[in-house]
Structure formats: C-alpha cells, structure tokens
Design a protein around this ligand. Structure first.
Ligand code: ADP
Length: 654
C-alpha cells in the first residue's frame, strides 16, 4: 500500500498522519522483501527465500552505512523522487533505526534456515530486538516523546513502520521458539527475549521519568518469564527489573523533583515484586499439577493394567485408558466407555456377582477385588482381575470410582488345568489304596488256610513222610509265613494316614518307648543308642512310633557281623521345621541306591544276608509325607548312614 501510495502520489498511504514522518519508498520495499522472504521460508523454498532476504539485507545495510560514514550512495531515490513531497534530513532515505531494524530482521530470517544452535539462538535474539525497537518507537509516539522514534537529528521511524517492526519482530521471535525447543530441549530458555524486553522497558522508562509510573511496564518481562523452565527465573527477572528501576532514578537525578521520582519508582518496584510473587506462587501450583499429571500419564502408559475411571457414579460415562481397550482387543475409543457397555462385555454368569460387590463397596466399603470374564474383540471371553476404589462425599454417598483390570487369562487356565489334574490324581490314589486294601485283606484268608493246613499236615502226618516231602512242607510253611507278613505289612501301609486324628506328641517319650520295645535286640547286638532332646510335634502317635522304630531297627540290622551298632538320634531346628536324624555305623548304601530304598518292596540284600520284606522305608516315607515332611538319607559305603526326616514346626507358627 505504501509503495502504491508513493507511485500514485497518495500521501495518506505513506504518511498516515500529515504532520508525521512518512514510510520511505525503500523502507516499504524492504517490508515487501521481508514479507516475501518470510512466505518462502514457510513454504520451504530456500532459493526464493535467499533471493529476497539478501536483496532486503543489501538495501537496508547500504542505507544504514550511509549514516556513520556520511556518504550518499544514491540509492535513496533510485526509484522515486520524494524531495518535492516531504522534507527530511536526507531526501527519500529511511531512518537509521528503521534501517538497523531491517538489517536485524533480514539477518534473523537468513539465520533461521541454518540448523546450528547458535544460528537459531541469534535469529531469535535479532527478531526480539526488532520487536523491541518497534515497541520503543511506538511508545515514543504514544507518549509524544521524540527519543522513541527519532535517533539524533535524522529521519524518524514512521508510526506504521514501528507497527510493522512490532509485528515482524514478534513473528520472527515466535517462529524461533519451537525450533529452539527442538534443538536445545531442556536447555532452552527465554532469557534473550526477556532481556530485550527489559532493555526496551528501561529505554522507555529512561525517557519519561515523570510522575507517570512507567516502571509498571517491567511487569511485561515478568509475564514472559512465566514460560521459563525454572520458576526461580521469575524472581531473577524481578531483581533485574528492580536494578533497572534504581538505575533509572540515578540517571533522572537532578532533572526532576526527587519526590515524584521516588514516588514513581517505589510504586513500580512494589508492583514488580507483587506481580513476581503472584506469578511465582501460581507457577509452583501449575508445576505441581503438571508434575502430578505427568506422573499419572506415565503410570497409565507404563502399566500393563487397564485403567477405568467412573468419574460420576450417578452417570453412565466412564473413561477407559488406551491399555484398557488394548487388553480387550480394541483400538482406543473404538467402543463407547460406559457402564452399560462394560456390562455388555461381561460374561452373563459374572454380572450379578460383580455388581453386587460394587454395591457392597459403595455401601459397606468392602474391598472391591474380583475375577471375571470379559468378551474380547475376537468374540472369546478372557479372564481378568478387576479391582477398584470409590470416593464418598460427606454424606457417605459414593461419588467417583477408579479401578483397573489385569489380564489373568493364562494363569486362570493353568489353575483350572492344575485343579482338574489334582482331582484326577486324588481319585486315582484313592482307587489304588482301596485296591491294595481289598487285595491284601482278601489275600489273607487263603494264605491263612494254606498255612493252617500245612501245619496240620506236619503235626499229624509229618512222621509218616520221608525226609524230602517233609522238607517241601517246611518250605511251604515258611513261604506262607512270609506271605502273611507281607500282606499284614501291606495292609498297614495302606492304612497310614487314614486315621486323621492329630495330637501333640512328645518325641522323647516315643523314643524311650521304642528303645524299651527293642531292649532284647539291643542287648543281643550290644548296641549303644544315644539321643538329643527331641521336640513336641503335631502328629499321629502310632505312626510316629513306627517311623522311629523302623529307622532304629534298620540301623541295628544293617551292620557288619563283627561291629557293634553305635546309633545316635539327633535334632536340628529351623523356623519352619524340625529335622530328626538317625545315624549309624553300619554297612552304608551305595549312592545310586539312595533314592530307590524308599520304594516299596525294594531291597538291596538277599533275605539270607539281612532278613526283611523291603516295606519298612516305604512305610517311613508315607508316614513322613502324610505329616507334611520329607525323608532322605546320606551315606558312605562301609562307614555308615544317616536317615533324616522333617516335621513341620506348627507350634512356632501358631
Ligand atoms: P527291609 O529293612 O525290610 O529290607 P526297608 O524298606 O526298611 O526294608 O529297607 C530297604 C533297604 O534299604 C534295605 O534292604 C537296605 O538295603 C537298605 N537300608 C535300610 N536302612 C539301612 C541302613 N541303616 N544302612 C544300610 N542300608 C539300609
């Protein structure tokens, strides 16, 4: 418009107010170049951007250097003759401050293209300075102070030029900010802008130290400092502002009655500090909130749980986190997040249970923790663990409820399979026990008959028979005796654990009784048996006695012919269990048999070597295990063995 004004000779377009300085032709040309370069910058056309910014820079720079060097390059009136229209110090030449501002603006635009940190920073500072120069000039017009728009006795910066610089400078400064944030990240700070603002305000303040409290303008940089990363910088800005206000007093000394200066500046300092403290406080509130929001956001993003928020329990709407949708196989917000849509997702068998629990949570504040099935996007139901917490108003009415869902499908399936397996196993064990019991019970009868009739045969007809048949009868007699013992042992074995009655058993007494029962064997073998003080345990007395008796008799039995048994019954305790050990100096057991000897009917020796049925240790194992303990052995061949069994220490737990 200004260019058109010059060309068509319409003064209102280049001058605005008849008694004020015009915007010179070249100045308008610079603005045109600046605008075009700006457009090509945003359109990513680097070549055109470079063409227009260098043209503008050249024109502004050449114009500017004419002032200090006192030369005339003949560029001022290259296109248009202005002499006849407005009289200025140099006809057609733009003001030095305008030229300087243009140099800065074009430099800023050119620096913007370069991606180096210092370039971007400089671009921002240059842009902000252009803005500051525009403000200073505009302020000069507003309060009628020539110093604002007029440098020395040269041409003045026109009012619309000043406005142009405010807009262009702000645009440049603001364009840089996102770029700087990207490059400098956390180190980005607004200091250059705040300093330019402070300097601008200082300049204005310096020009007008009258009773008007211009110092109030220092609140402006404080506003900018709100956007500092660190809120402490708000206070530092206030300190700078205060220093500048005090400096202004020094400079104004003597020009004005000191009373009005003091009044003006005191009001300014108070205003600056009140504003700074309010901003500081507000910023700390906002920062805290931001921090809390960030924590919540990170928690929501990071957790594998889906989060739901029933913001108002009297309404249908809920909020579901992206992970909530994800767990159900949906995209974020793919289905409405409402109570009824949640109810629709739930397995019909789980609905009543769940909502009853929600109700109990609302009314009785009972914990809300439940496992339910939800329909996955695939159409299949999956198991989830749901939990939640409500908040209540002062009257005890629930207001809001927030909770989570966790996918427990895999665990649930494994649990179900495990449960089915264990039921099946228990069934099998029961069947086997019954079979053993019935078989051994029924076997007893025929064996007893065989035995009685063989005995009768021997008693009544033994003398009539020759030696060979007599021998045969003796073998039958012995075999049937062994079978009978085996059957009785087997019956005993199948009965272990069927008697569920548990009492507190004094193992010391049990030990004494066992030793008393074995007196004959002890004196026959010349055994020495010692024992530690044994504990009181919870268990079935008869079985525990059998356990100890089996271990002690084995210790006396499996001994070399020429050695006297030396046996010790020991005790170790831990927090959870007692461990009783029976140590002997017997024949020992080869390592590879250490496990096998606990299997029923497994023996390592022939009957002629050491008699027995091979059921004793199987008995021991079953007794220990039905008492919740373990049994094991350590042994060195030809040196001796130690049998250990553990019994849970229920007393200590109780
Ligand atoms: P049995 O004593 O009727 O043979 P057990 O079940 O009590 O049956 O023992 C199984 C096997 O374990 C025994 O035949 C024996 O070989 C071995 N054994 C048991 N106790 C000892 C021990 N204290 N020292 C060495 N071997 C042992």
């Amino acid at each position: 418009m200004v260019l058109a004004g010059w060309l068509l000779k319409i003064p209102v377009l280049y001058q605005v107010f008849p008694d004020l300085a015009p915007m010179q032709f070249n100045n308008a040309l610079c603005f045109l170049f600046l605008g075009l370069a700006g457009i090509f910058y945003t359109q990513h056309s680097p070549r055109l951007h470079l063409v227009f910014s260098s043209l503008g820079l050249l024109l502004a720079l050449l114009t500017f250097i004419q002032y200090p060097f006192g030369i005339n390059l003949g560029i001022d009136e290259l296109v248009i003759q202005t002499q006849s229209i407005v009289p200025t110090a140099y006809p057609g030449r733009m003001a030095p401050n305008s030229a300087a501002a243009h140099v800065l603006a074009f430099s800023s635009l050119m620096l913007l293209v370069c991606n180096k940190e210092w370039c971007i920073r400089l671009a921002g500072v240059a842009g902000a300075t252009v803005f500051g120069m525009g403000i200073v000039s505009l302020a000069g017009y507003a309060i009628d102070l020539e110093g604002g728009f007029n440098w020395g006795r040269y041409t003045q910066m026109a009012v619309h030029t000043s406005f142009g610089f405010v807009v262009a400078g702000a645009a440049l400064g603001v364009t840089v900010i996102p770029k700087r944030m990207r490059i400098e990240r956390a180190r980005f700070s607004l200091w250059p802008y705040v300093l330019v603002l402070l300097a601008t305000v200082f300049f204005i303040d310096l020009q007008i130290p009258q009773g008007v409290a211009v110092g109030l303008l220092y609140v402006m940089p404080l506003l900018a400092s709100w956007y500092f990363n660190n809120r402490r910088n708000i206070l530092i800005t206030a300190v700078f502002g205060t220093l500048l206000i005090l400096l202004d007093i020094q400079l104004a000394e003597g020009h004005l009655p000191s009373g009005s200066i003091t009044y003006n500046q005191t009001v300014s300092v108070v205003a600056v500090w009140v504003a700074a403290l309010i901003f500081y406080y507000l910023r700390s509130v906002v920062d805290r909130q931001k921090e809390a929001d960030l924590k919540f956001k990170l928690a929501v993003q990071g957790t594998t749980a889906g989060i739901w928020d029933w913001t108002d329990v009297s309404k249908e709407e809920e909020w579901w986190s992206p992970q909530f949708y994800n767990l159900l196989g949906y995209q974020n917000n793919e289905i409405p997040s409402t109570v009824s849509s949640f109810r629709n997702l739930m397995h019909p068998d789980d609905i009543d249970r769940t909502f009853m629990l929600v109700d109990r949570h609302f009314t009785k504040r009972a914990p809300f923790l439940i496992e339910y099935r939800l329909k996955h996007a695939s159409g299949k139901y999956r198991w989830f663990q749901g939990s939640g917490q409500a908040i209540w108003d002062d009257d005890g009415n629930p207001v809001r409820m927030v909770g989570t869902i966790i996918d427990i499908h895999a665990r649930k399936l494994a649990e179900q399979a495990e449960h089915e397996r264990s039921v099946e196993l228990q069934q099998k064990v029961k069947e086997l026990e019954q079979l053993t019991y019935v078989a051994s019970h029924d076997l007893q009868e025929p064996v007893r008959t065989i035995r009685s009739f063989v005995d009768l045969l021997i008693d009544y007809h033994g003398d009539e028979l020759s030696e060979e048949p007599q021998q045969y009868l003796k073998f039958i007699h012995e075999a049937s005796e062994r079978s009978q013992k085996l059957i009785i042992d087997l019956l005993d074995y199948s009965r272990i654990g069927t008697n569920k009655e548990v009492t507190t058993v004094d193992m010391n007494r049990i030990c004494e009784e066992v030793l008393a029962d074995l007196t004959a064997r002890i004196s026959d073998t010349g055994a020495t048996i010692t024992h530690d003080v044994l504990p009181m345990v919870e268990g079935r007395e008869t079985e525990l006695r059998l356990l100890l008796q089996n271990l002690v008799s084995n210790a006396m039995k499996f001994i070399r012919k020429d050695t006297k048994p030396n046996i010790h019954i020991g005790l170790e305790e831990s927090d959870t269990e007692y461990i009783v050990s029976v140590t002997d100096n017997g024949i020992g057991i080869e390592e590879k048999f250490l496990e096998r000897i606990f299997v029923i009917f497994r023996r390592l020796h022939s009957k002629s070597e050491y008699e027995g049925t091979g059921i004793g240790l199987a008995h021991c194992k079953k007794i220990v295990e039905t008492h919740g303990g373990r049994i094991w052995v350590t042994s060195t061949l030809n040196v001796g063995s130690t049998f250990y069994f553990s019994i849970p220490n229920n007393h200590r737990h109780a």
